[in-house]
Design a protein around this ligand. Structure first.
Ligand code: NAD
Length: 330
């Protein structure tokens, strides 16, 4: 099968080439948009990522190019118009999951980096400044950690936080009873926000969770609380978070995602202007630690993503071939 691989990052070729077997992959660095969809011409399938645009007009354009298969190399499907997928009779493949530890550990790394001022401490040492005033942090031990979304990643994060000696609260629209046996207490979202010292978001982006963190919900949190978001940018009203940080109504924000990340994340803007004021405020704020959507970026996760998705492409192709064979025998 010929696959147009959008938003290709240099390191992905290593993994996908390793498992691509008889598929022919064209790596395209551009993000999939209405303007770039034509680059998929000549392929039977596209392989896309978190910031590719799979809205109805783009899907329509792909269908017109003869593409009927879309492979998602990410867990969230929030960038896909699923109604349009079914209307246009497109087939959607996605990976059911991959190393949840990759994202959970990124959340923990961000949390520790923020509360122990690691970026600033490292910058000082690099500059030959070995002073430590202003770098006082907090212990995680005995703190209350609230986890919103207790699926694969939320559970992995919970287990790590239990190892730190934290008390765990959780909120999920589908609570997992097995977690109760491990000492986790499910509470309402309001109670979780009110009681937690650390609030970690591990739910998907849906109409129900869009801006789940906003002016109102932030008014419920402790001023000393730290918010961690490694899930999706639009779970958080960034402007509300920045205002809360500025007014000392929130102590810190650690994030791997940003609501308007599509134009910037995974590209080098070090010698280009960044015209997004919200992003500029966020990345320069002293109480924010931000990475550019790299939670999935471990060797283990990359291997699982490539192997799992390419297996599905092969399975789909074999099914199509057996349908054609059966039809020709009839
Ligand atoms: P999952 O499906 O295993 O778990 C999601 C959980 O959220 C489920 O338990 C679900 O019931 C719960 N949920 C759904 N709607 C909710 C709501 N309204 N309120 C509270 N809980 C709700 O998914 P996962 O594998 O744990 O991944 C979680 C999210 O992490 C993904 O949707 C994706 O957005 C994000 N993610 C980020 C990266 C990254 O690189 N930063 C990588 C992978 C996934």
């Amino acid at each position: 099968m010929n696959i147009a691989f959008f938003s290709a990052l240099p390191f992905e070729k290593k993994w996908f080439d390793q498992y691509c077997a008889h598929h022919q992959i064209t790596y395209i660095p551009e993000t999939l948009t209405l303007a770039t969809a034509h680059l998929a011409k000549g392929n039977q399938a596209v392989c896309v990522f978190v910031n590719d645009d799979l809205s109805r007009p783009v899907l329509h354009e792909l269908k017109g190019l003869g593409i009927d298969l879309i492979g998602m190399r990410c867990i969230g499907l929030d960038n896909v118009d699923q109604l349009a997928v079914s209307d246009l009779r497109l087939n959607l493949l996605h990976i059911p999951g991959y190393s949840p530890y990759s994202v959970a550990e990124q959340a923990v790394a961000l949390l520790l980096g923020l509360i122990r001022h690691l970026p600033e401490a490292h910058q000082r040492v690099q500059a030959g400044n070995f002073t430590i005033d202003g770098l006082s942090g907090i212990d995680l031990h005995s703190k209350t950690v609230g986890v919103v979304g207790t699926g694969h990643i939320g559970k992995a994060f919970i287990r790590i936080m239990q190892g730190f000696g934290c008390k765990l609260l959780a909120y999920d629209i589908y609570p997992d009873r097995r977690l109760l046996e491990t000492g986790v207490t499910y509470v309402s979202l309001g109670e979780l926000l009110h009681q937690s010292d650390v609030i970690a978001l591990h739910c998907p982006l849906t109409p129900l969770t869009e801006y789940i963190i906003n002016d109102h919900t932030l008014s419920l949190v402790k001023p000393s609380a730290i918010l961690v978001n490694t899930s999706r940018g639009r779970l958080v009203d960034t402007r509300a978070v920045l205002n809360a940080l500025d007014c000392d109504r929130l102590s810190g924000y650690a994030a791997d995602v940003y609501e308007q990340e599509r134009a910037y994340f995974h590209y080098d803007f070090s010698d280009k202007p960044i015209i997004d004021d919200l992003l500029n405020r966020l990345r320069k704020h002293p109480k924010v630690l931000l990475t550019a959507h790299q939670g999935f970026l471990t060797e283990e996760a990359q291997r699982q993503i490539a192997r799992s998705l390419l297996n599905q492409f092969s399975f789909y192709e074999n099914q199509q071939m057996s349908l054609v064979t059966k039809a020709s025998m009839c």
